[in-house]
Write a protein that binds this ligand. Structure first.
Ligand SMILES: NC(=O)c1ccc[n+]([C@@H]2O[C@H](COP(=O)([O-])OP(=O)(O)OC[C@H]3O[C@@H](n4cnc5c(N)ncnc54)[C@H](OP(=O)(O)O)[C@@H]3O)[C@@H](O)[C@H]2O)c1
Length: 273
């Protein structure tokens, strides 16, 4: 598995998402098993949020990593409506309890809300002093929002990125690369929707004896500063995702994807889901 430096630590470039986990008690065991299988496969970065199943996903993660905390690079996120000085502190403590750990490796502001960024950042710094988080970052921030932050202190920006949603290539992606700030790509396989049935991706997948999901992941990972966090519960999906960094797309493949999904030629407003 390829690795990248994130917040001073080496992490795998393919991690595991957890959105929609914890929503259905009947799926609980399968979700815990999937996360543990993902760890075995080297996808030791786990991305979660207090928002997912209103804490339910963090509980699933807590169960999955109970005896394996040391192997995991744990990312969670605070709701914007909890991003006040007091709110960040209590939200983080709730997340830590659900996750069954003393420390979150990377704590993100899920998207920008009503509280001044300076207040949220101060609260993040206090959590760092207390050892409750090791680093902080943001999600769904465009360049103007990022420019308001102290860029070296912000470990990452997590944004939507896949062939269907590539507006960030115009400015945000190169800006983060220039700042040496890794970009975490969410929904990297288009939430398992139409992208995976696209004829162009299928043709490229066939050529590489790969799957369309692997092609989508390899496409996002062609940028050295990108980390992808696909979510998978199906074990076959997990195995495919963990090997996606071995698929090497050539110029012809990239040109075909450009023809099917054009690269931005002007500034686009940041897309999010
Ligand atoms: N910061 C934010 O605002 C934000 C927003 C959205 C997402 N996220 C994070 O990013 C993660 C990923 O995004 P996402 O979960 O929305 O979408 P995604 O990872 O693009 O797609 C997940 C879907 O694809 C399926 N899948 C996974 N691997 C596959 C494979 N190899 N072949 C075919 N299908 C496959 C999954 O099915 P199975 O589960 O059945 O395997 C699931 O239905 C989230 O889970 C979350 O942690 C963050």
């Amino acid at each position: 598995m390829q690795t990248i430096e994130l917040g001073g630590v080496s992490v795998p470039r393919i991690g595991q998402g957890t959105w929609h986990m914890g929503e259905n008690t009947g799926l609980r065991q399968a979700e815990i098993r999937a996360l543990r299988e993902g760890l075995d496969l080297g996808m030791t970065l786990i991305d979660t949020a207090e928002m997912y199943a209103e804490g339910g996903a963090e509980e699933i993660v807590g169960q999955a990593i109970r005896d394996r905390r040391d192997e995991v690079y744990l990312v969670s996120k605070v709701y914007p409506h909890n991003a006040s000085a007091k709110g960040v502190q209590t939200a983080c403590e709730r997340s830590l309890r659900r996750l069954g750990t003393d420390t979150i490796d990377l704590y993100l502001l899920h998207w920008r809300g009503q509280y001044p960024l300076s207040e949220t950042v101060e609260a993040f710094e206090r959590l760092r002093e207390q050892g409750k988080i090791l680093r902080w970052g943001v999600s769904n921030f465009d360049i103007d929002d990022l420019a308001e932050l102290d860029a070296p202190a912000c470990a990452t920006n997590q944004v939507l990125y896949n062939p269907e949603s590539r507006g960030i290539e115009y400015d945000l992606l190169p800006w983060q690369a220039q700042q040496n700030m890794p970009l975490m790509a969410y929904c990297p396989i288009g939430q398992g929707g139409a992208l995976l049935h696209d004829a162009t991706l299928q043709r490229i997948a066939d050529k590489h004896s790969a799957t369309t999901a692997q092609v989508a992941l390899a496409w996002a990972l062609r940028h050295p500063g990108v980390i992808a966090i696909p979510k998978a519960v199906n074990l076959e999906h997990l195995k495919q995702n963990a090997k996606a960094d071995t698929v090497r797309l050539d110029e012809d493949d990239l040109a075909q994807i450009d023809s099917a999904y054009s690269s931005p030629t002007r500034k686009q407003s940041l897309q999010m889901v």
